[in-house]
Design a binder for this molecule. Structure first.
Ligand code: C5P
Length: 250
């Protein structure tokens, strides 16, 4: 089994805020790359963008000097996900997402394959983050799906399985960070979507919180999409979030 990457604690504030780019054209991506003005290190590219523009969009974003978190949310049988990860490893991304629900073998095999392919390419393996339970689901949704224990035990269990199988980081809601750190310790990364500033529209997200509490409770990265990209003054929104992160780290 390949062990998870060593967690770096002294991240810069600009590393800690990852901006989600959920648009469908190269022009919109370029515009956002310019408007974000390299205030953050990493942009997250998700399914909408990958399927609209193709994986080549990674190069466009990298050409502006950003690192890329590719939010592939892989979920399939181990052989299929390993095939996908071999292709993804060639894209030059920094972080990749996979669903914990794929199970132990899928997680361990994917991590192993990523290490092997990265070694062939002579690159540092991208960090592999496991999505636990989507932040758009609450207890009622989970009950409908047959998860009768509620989201917290499910998130904790999925996080534990992921860490045991060498996954580098966990994706969960800000509300679960504290419990994950208490139960599983500090040897791995945590990234949280479901981030909203006061007065922001919740949209489709249900398990949300503010940047301050996510970082205070032990998250390394916060992932923010619309609360930044939908704002007229994007740099001001980034600044506000940086201030919250800074306050949480004191
Ligand atoms: O706009 P908003 O801040 O809600 O965007 C959150 C981003 O994080 C979206 O790109 C979404 O796909 C992603 N994400 C999420 N919940 C997860 C994993 C990823 O919202 N569990």
């Amino acid at each position: 089994m390949v062990k998870q990457a060593c967690r770096i604690n002294n991240l810069k504030i600009s590393d800690r805020l990852i901006i989600g780019i959920d648009v469908s054209s190269k022009q919109e991506v370029i515009l956002l790359c310019k408007r974000i003005n390299n205030n953050v290190t990493t942009l997250k590219l998700g399914l909408e963008l990958i399927y609209s523009c193709g994986p080549g969009i990674v190069n466009t974003v990298r050409s502006f000097g950003y690192k890329v978190m590719l939010d592939t949310k892989l979920l399939d049988i181990p052989n299929t996900v390993c095939g996908a990860i071999a292709a993804i490893s060639k894209l030059g991304v920094d972080k990749i997402t996979i669903h914990a629900l794929g199970g132990s073998k899928m997680l361990a095999d994917t991590k192993q394959k990523l290490a092997e392919e990265s070694s062939k390419l002579n690159i540092i393996p991208p960090l592999l983050f496991a999505v636990t339970i989507l932040t758009s689901l609450d207890d009622e949704d989970l009950d409908t799906l047959g998860f009768k224990n509620g989201f917290l035990p499910s998130v904790l269990n999925l996080a534990s399985v992921s860490i045991k199988n060498g996954i580098d980081g966990i994706i969960c809601s800000p509300n679960e960070v504290k419990s994950i750190r208490e139960k599983l310790g500090g040897g791995f990364y945590i990234a949280t979507p479901g981030i909203r500033l006061q007065d922001d529209d919740k949209g489709d997200q249900k398990r949300i919180s503010a940047p301050y509490s996510a970082i205070k409770d032990g998250a390394d990265f916060i992932i923010v999409g619309r609360s930044i990209t939908a704002k007229a003054n994007l740099e001001e929104a980034i600044k506000k979030i940086f201030q919250e992160i800074e306050r949480a780290l004191v």
